[in-house]
Design a protein around this ligand. Structure first.
Ligand SMILES: [Zn+2]
Length: 231
């Protein structure tokens, strides 16, 4: 099972580059094994060109390396804290994709301005508060996870599967690494559309009944978008 997870996390990291969300080594993806709770994550600072599935690092929920010759991504403590807090998620990605990062640098939530947004996020994509000097200078990556959790509050992480970290960039998640990549791609497009909408002068959110309609026809019990799943 863990070998499959290594392949899928490796592929998720490559997909971030393929979709134009990551250049150089400015991003990372991880996945959690449901059975063991072990986490597979990208190694720190290894070029995507030379990276192989066996370069992925396996860590336990406390961050101790269980298998792998490389150091895990420096953002591993952020990933671990999110996994610890949200049992429903099985994959996390972090990027510095242009439009989502622009909103993060502006320190603004992305408002739900239309149905493209409502199809993926039940409400605004939240932006965290800024970290203070102490939080940056001590346990920075853990504190990054803490402000994400603080900002998400009672929101279901699968209903709003991304948070923008103020002055930094987006963290996105999903049921697995593949879905986390899917959500990162959706976020970047939503951030891009929202940017142009705001430039055109509109900032008011979409009507609540339209937001409800679009989100609930794709997610949850009453969903009817797409093909019926085989019973
Ligand atoms: Zn970053």
């Amino acid at each position: 099972m863990i070998e499959e997870l290594k392949k899928s996390v490796f592929q998720a990291n490559l997909d971030l580059v393929k979709h134009g969300l990551v250049i150089h080594t400015w991003g990372n993806a991880s996945g959690r094994d449901k059975t063991t709770g072990l986490i597979v994550i990208k190694p720190s600072g290894i070029s995507y060109k030379s990276m192989r599935p066996d370069d992925m690092v396996i860590i336990n929920p406390e961050g101790k390396i269980v298998e792998g010759k490389n150091k895990p991504s420096t953002d591993a403590p952020t990933h671990l804290l999110l996994y610890r807090n949200y049992s429903s998620i099985g994959g996390i990605v972090h990027t510095h994709s242009t439009y989502a990062t622009s909103w993060a640098q502006a320190g603004e939530d992305i408002p739900p301005l239309g149905t493209t947004h409502a199809d993926h996020y039940y409400g605004e994509v939240p932006c965290t508060r800024k970290l203070n000097e102490n939080e940056v200078n001590s346990e920075y990556e853990i504190n990054t996870g803490k402000v994400i959790i603080e900002r998400l509050g009672n929101i279901d992480p699968l209903a709003v599967p991304s948070v923008l970290v103020n002055c930094h960039g987006p963290f996105c998640w999903g049921l697995d690494a593949e879905e986390a990549v899917y959500n990162a791609v959706a976020l970047e497009e939503i951030a891009r559309i929202a940017f142009y909408t705001v430039v055109l002068g509109k900032k008011e959110p979409v009507d609540k009944f339209l937001l409800d309609k679009h989100f609930h026809r794709k997610h949850g019990k009453g969903a009817y978008y797409g093909q019926d799943k085989p019973k």
